[in-house]
Design a binder for this molecule. Structure first.
Ligand SMILES: *Cc1c(COP(=O)(O)O)cnc(C)c1O
Length: 427
């Protein structure tokens, strides 16, 4: 007999094991306030979306003002100032050479749009290129296209029949980078694929796996040589997470197609964009209506979400934002340092504002029991940390203080102590 028949079916939640949801009533900076009067440090930016902090006043004001002015309008055949402004400013701050912006409302949708743009491009220029190359351990969203180009596993096992076939190249683990590049080169040469899609510098949901910028640059060069479209999924890495505004900057590359979402509104409202080069737009540009880009969602470029994105872009024009990002990255570097000599942890790593470390255990993988145990331990400490299996990572909003980080890392150290048996972990 089910213990809890929650009327709400929560995402990535096994209701038979988690009977109580944390009820949150207010967000403020790096903190979430709960209905029972508690205060939680949001150490994972509420699933990687909150960049400047919860309820940033500049973004809140922009939302309030736009909501009273124009809060929704059909985007086919119509446009509005917030979207025009966001598009123009995005094209200025994105890598040079991207010329068009397509709006959608989630990271998954922006990936679907990217895949459809790539396939549409080859179709409309009359070339038979349909295969997609992906990287092992990648995550690109939970829609069918996103799952197809993402890692196969327990997450999508039941939906296997819906997924299309892709070519996968190995993750560029330290010392094995050449294997990745060789595999990409061979896939590009032998299979003449339509596109290669990759998360630049960090594979997020795959376990915060990091690789250096030179590998990203080489992968772009290989694709370019075979005219394979290079799609960068910056849904997680964008908006300062890797230390620069966008991860691709560090490799000095311009992808043919790029996806941004999550932090695009500072984490306040759902919005996503897919940017592309002119020739991809041009392949669809025709008096022939059959060459229209057939994609939309009801809320494409919602004006309120665009106003939030515009406020986020304002904040990125303020030099103080980049200083905050640099400060968080430096604080993270200091905070993670002691864990490098702690034998209970392995693969202590950092890219920009993100740190990750693996708790050594015989019990690894996303479904390992250690995951929910750690989650419960951190919850008890009023820390929002959601380990990916035995991988603990810290991705705070940029307003987090040194004291917040101290509290987060003390919690991580105490979790390891508890596992070693000094204090039993709550099950
Ligand atoms: C979160 C994420 C997505 C999916 O975005 P949603 O807004 O959750 O649909 C896609 N790609 C990457 C790299 C992500 O981290």
């Amino acid at each position: 007999m089910p213990r809890n028949r929650s009327p709400i079916w929560h995402p990535f939640t096994q209701h038979a094991l988690q009977d109580e949801m944390t009820r949150v009533v207010r967000g403020n900076g790096a903190y979430l306030h709960t209905a029972d009067g508690g205060r939680i440090i949001d150490a994972i930016s509420s699933w990687w979306v909150v960049t400047h902090g919860h309820c940033h006043p500049h973004i809140v004001r922009a939302i309030q003002e736009q909501a009273a002015e124009l809060n929704q309008v059909i985007f086919a055949g119509h446009t509005h100032e917030p979207a025009e402004d966001v598009a123009a400013r995005l094209l200025k701050c994105a890598p040079p050479g991207l010329e068009h912006v397509f709006f959608s409302d989630s990271g998954s949708a922006s990936v679907e749009v990217a895949l459809k743009m790539a396939l549409g491009y080859w179709h409309h220029i009359g070339k038979q290129r349909i295969r997609i190359v992906v990287m092992q351990h990648s995550y690109h969203g939970d829609t069918v296209g996103g799952m197809s180009v993402g890692a196969r596993g327990v997450f999508n096992e039941a939906y296997g029949p819906l997924l299309f076939d892709v070519t996968s190249i190995p993750f560029p683990a330290t010392g094995r980078e050449q294997d990745t590049l060789d595999a990409l080169e061979s896939a590009c040469r032998n299979e003449v694929p339509a596109a290669f899609i990759v998360e630049p510098l960090i594979l997020g949901a795959g376990g915060m796996l990091m690789y250096p910028a030179w590998v990203l640059r080489e992968m772009k060069r290989i694709c370019e040589a075979s005219e394979v479209l290079f799609i960068a999924d910056e849904v997680m890495t964008g908006w300062g997470r890797t230390g620069t505004l966008f991860a691709c900057e560090q490799a000095d590359i311009t992808p043919d197609i790029v996806c941004y979402s999550k932090g695009i509104t500072g984490g306040a409202l759902p919005l996503a964009v897919t940017l592309c080069r002119a020739d991809i737009f041009d392949a669809h540009y025709s008096k022939d209506r059959a060459r229209t880009f057939f994609h939309s969602s009801s809320y494409t470029a919602n004006p309120v979400a665009c106003a939030a994105a515009r406020a986020n872009l304002d904040l990125w024009q303020d030099p103080e934002t980049r200083q905050r990002v640099a400060a968080i990255a430096a604080m993270q570097e200091q905070a993670i340092e002691p864990f490098r000599d702690d034998a209970r942890f392995g693969d202590v790593r950092q890219t920009g504002t993100i740190t990750a470390l693996d708790l050594k255990t015989s019990d690894a993988g996303y479904l390992a029991d250690i995951g929910p145990k750690l989650h419960a331990f951190f919850k008890d400490r009023n820390l929002l940390l959601r380990p990916l299996g035995n991988t603990i990572y810290v991705m705070p909003p940029y307003c987090a203080t040194a004291a917040d980080l101290d509290e987060i890392y003390a919690g991580i150290k105490d979790a390891a102590d508890a596992l070693a048996g000094r204090n039993p972990l709550r099950a």
